[in-house]
Design a protein around this ligand. Structure first.
Ligand code: NOJ
Length: 535
C-alpha cells in the first residue's frame, strides 16, 4: 500500500463546533459540507472528523451508543454519504475517529452483552481520568465495572475475542463505505494488566498504558482489517515513549502508520496533573521534539501537532496571543511544518484562534473540566485558582465555535451556540483569509512546500543553538540539499549567522545587518540551499 500519508497534511474537525447549518446551535455535517471549499483552498489532504456517531454526549461523542448511526444533531447517514462524496470530489480524504477502548453505557452491548466489559467483585484504587474512582457499582450484576474515563464510558474487554471481532466487523463496514482511515482514540489503553494491581502513589498508568497485549491486538487488527485497504491510521497514545512509538509505527511491524505523542504537551505542567501548570521552558520543548525527530527517522513515522480538541490553543500557550498574535501563530506553524512527520492542523489554528476566559464555571461544558472543578471545590481549593487553571488548560479553549466572520456568533450559528463563541471573533475570523499576509495564507504556503520539497519528508534533523532559551532553530538535510529554519519564541530581537541558500518563507520582510540575520519578536524564516556539496 502507498505511503501517501507521508506527504499529507491533516485537518481536524470538531463537528460540534465547526459550522451549524440548521440553526440549532450545534455544528453539523451539512455545515461541514458548506465549508469544503475553504478547506480545499487551504490545501489540506485529509479531514479527520471527531466522532459523529450516535451518542448521549456525556463526553461530546467520545461515548458511543451506536457505531453505525449518525448523531441526530449532526444529521443522517445520507448527509454523511453526501459529505464523503464531496470530500473525495475535491481530491481530499476522510478519516473517522475510532473510539473502541470504551463505549457509552447506553450502547446495547452494555445491557445485552455485559461480558464485553470489565467486571470485578471488588474495585482497586484506580482513579478515573475524569476524576473520582475508576470503578462503578452496577446493581443488576452486583459487581463493579471499569471506566477509565466517565462512568458513562465503560471500558471494553479486549481480551474477549468476540469484542475484537465485533470491532473489526464495524471497522470493515465503515471502510467499505469508502472512508480513508481511522484516528484511534486512546488505542494504547485497550490491554490492561489482568491482575489489576493497586496504583502506587496514585499512578495506575503502568497497568493500562501500552499494556501486555496491545501490540498483539493491533497486529491482529492490521491483519484482519487495515491491511486490506489503502488507508491511513494514527493512534492516540498517551504515555508512549519513543521506543513504544517505534513498535507501533515501524512499517515492518504492521501495526499503525503513526501515533500522537503527548510528551511535548506535558512540558508546561508540574506533576503528572495537567491542571498544575507552569510556563514552558523552550529548551525542554526543543530537546523533546529533537528526540522524537531522531528516534523515528527511518524507523517509524511522526505525527506533528500543536493543537487538538483536548489541548489549549497553541498561540495562547506557546506563543503570544496579544500584540504578537499573528507573528507568533505563523512562527509556530513554520516551526512545526518543516519537521519530519505528518502535520495536523486543528480547526481555527489557521486563523490564530486563542484561548477563552469565561468568568463563571456555568459557561463551561467539558466533562473533564466540570468534574475537576467539583472535586477541587470539595477539597476547598478557591474558585479563582481553579478558574485560572481552566483558562490555561481547559479543553473548552479548543472547543469554542469556529470564527467564520464578524456576524453574530462569528457566523457559526443563527441560533444559540452550545458553547459561547470567543468574544474576540469580531477581530479574529475567517474573513481575513484572502489577505496574503494572513495566518491562513502562511499555512497554505507551508502545506504547498510539503508537496514540492522532498527534503521536508525525507531529510534528517539537526537542532541548532541547542541551549538557547529563545530560539528554536534546526536544519534538515537530504540528497545534497539543506533546509534551515529559524524561529524566535521571544519578544527580544536576536541576531544569528546568515544561513546558506535562498529564503523560502518568513513572517516579516527579510532583514540582514552586517552579514547577520536579524530575528525580530516571534520572527520565523526558512532557507533552502540546493546543490550537491554540504558543509
Ligand atoms: C481522548 C479524546 O481525544 C478525548 O476527547 C476523550 O475525552 C477521551 N479520549 C475519551 O474518549
Amino acid at each position: 500500500m502507498g505511503e501517501w500519508w507521508k506527504k499529507s497534511v491533516v485537518y481536524q474537525i470538531y463537528p460540534r463546533s465547526f459550522m451549524d447549518a440548521n440553526g440549532d446551535g450545534i455544528g453539523d455535517l451539512q455545515g461541514i459540507n458548506q465549508k469544503l471549499d475553504y478547506l480545499a483552498g487551504l490545501g489540506v489532504d485529509i479531514l479527520w472528523l471527531s466522532p459523529i456517531y450516535d451518542s448521549p454526549n456525556d463526553d461530546n461523542g467520545y461515548d458511543i451508543r451506536d457505531y453505525q448511526k449518525i448523531m441526530e444533531e449532526f444529521g443522517t447517514m445520507e448527509d454523511f454519504e453526501e459529505l464523503l462524496e464531496n470530500v473525495h470530489q475535491r481530491g481530499m480524504k476522510l478519516v473517522m475517529d475510532l473510539v473502541v477502548n470504551h463505549t457509552s453505557d447506553e450502547h446495547e452491548w452494555f445491557t445485552n452483552h455485559p461480558e464485553y466489559y470489565i467486571w470485578r467483585d471488588e474495585p482497586n484504587n484506580w482513579r478515573s481520568i475524569f476524576s473520582g474512582p475508576a470503578w462503578e457499582y452496577d446493581e443488576r450484576r452486583k459487581q463493579y465495572y471499569l471506566h477509565l474515563f466517565s462512568k458513562k464510558q465503560p471500558d471494553l474487554n479486549w481480551d474477549n475475542p468476540v469484542v475484537r471481532e465485533e470491532v473489526y466487523r464495524m471497522m470493515r463496514w465503515w471502510l467499505d463505505k469508502g472512508i480513508d482511515g481511522f484516528r484511534m482514540d486512546v488505542i494504547n489503553m485497550i490491554s490492561k494488566d489482568q491482575s489489576f494491581p493497586d496504583a502506587i502513589d496514585g499512578n495506575s498508568e503502568p497497568y493500562f498504558l501500552n499494556g501486555p497485549k496491545v501490540h498483539a491486538y493491533l497486529k491482529e487488527m492490521n491483519e484482519q482489517v487495515l491491511s486490506h485497504y489503502d488507508i491511513v491510521t494514527v493512534g492516540e497514545t498517551p504515555g508512549a515513549a519513543t521506543e513504544d512509538a517505534k513498535r507501533y509505527t515501524a512499517a515492518d511491524r504492521k501495526e499503525l502508520n503513526m501515533i500522537f505523542t503527548f510528551e511535548h504537551m506535558n512540558l508546561d505542567q508540574h506533576s503528572g496533573e495537567k491542571w498544575d501548570f507552569k510556563p514552558l521552558e523552550l529548551t525542554n520543548l526543543k530537546k523533546n521534539l529533537e528526540k522524537w525527530q531522531h528516534a523515528l527517522h527511518e524507523e517509524g513515522w511522526n505525527s506533528l501537532y500543536w493543537n487538538n480538541h483536548d489541548q489549549p490553543r497553541v498561540v495562547s500557550r506557546f506563543g503570544n496571543d496579544g500584540e504578537y498574535r499573528i507573528e507568533s501563530a505563523k512562527m509556530l506553524a513554520t516551526c512545526l511544518h518543516f519537521m519530519q512527520g505528518t502535520p495536523y492542523i486543528y480547526q481555527g489554528e489557521e486563523l490564530g484562534m486563542t484561548n477563552v476566559q469565561f468568568e463563571t464555571i456555568g459557561d463551561y461544558r467539558d466533562i473533564e473540566t466540570l468534574n475537576m472543578y467539583k472535586e477541587k471545590r470539595e477539597q476547598g481549593v478557591p474558585e479563582e485558582d481553579i478558574l485560572k487553571s481552566i483558562h490555561a488548560k481547559g479543553r473548552d479553549n479548543a472547543r469554542t465555535p469556529m470564527q467564520w466572520s464578524d456576524a453574530p456568533n462569528g457566523g457559526f450559528t443563527t441560533g444559540t451556540p452550545w458553547l459561547q463563541v470567543n468574544p474576540n471573533y469580531p477581530e479574529i475570523n475567517a474573513e481575513h483569509i484572502t489577505d496574503e499576509d494572513s495566518i491562513y495564507a502562511c499555512y497554505r504556503s507551508l502545506i504547498s512546500f510539503r508537496k514540492t520539497l522532498d527534503i521536508i519528508t525525507d531529510g534528517d534533523f539537526t537542532l541548532l543553538h541547542r541551549e538557547d532559551p529563545e530560539l528554536f532553530a534546526y536544519t534538515r538535510k537530504a540528497g545534497g540539499e539543506k533546509l534551515t529554519v529559524f524561529c524566535n519564541f521571544s519578544e527580544n530581537t536576536r541576531r544569528v549567522e546568515l544561513p546558506e541558500g535562498e529564503r523560502l518563507i518568513g513572517n516579516y520582510k527579510a532583514l540582514e545587518e552586517n552579514g547577520e540575520l536579524v530575528l525580530r519578536p516571534y520572527e520565523a524564516c526558512a532557507f533552502l540551499k540546493k546543490g550537491s556539496t554540504l558543509s
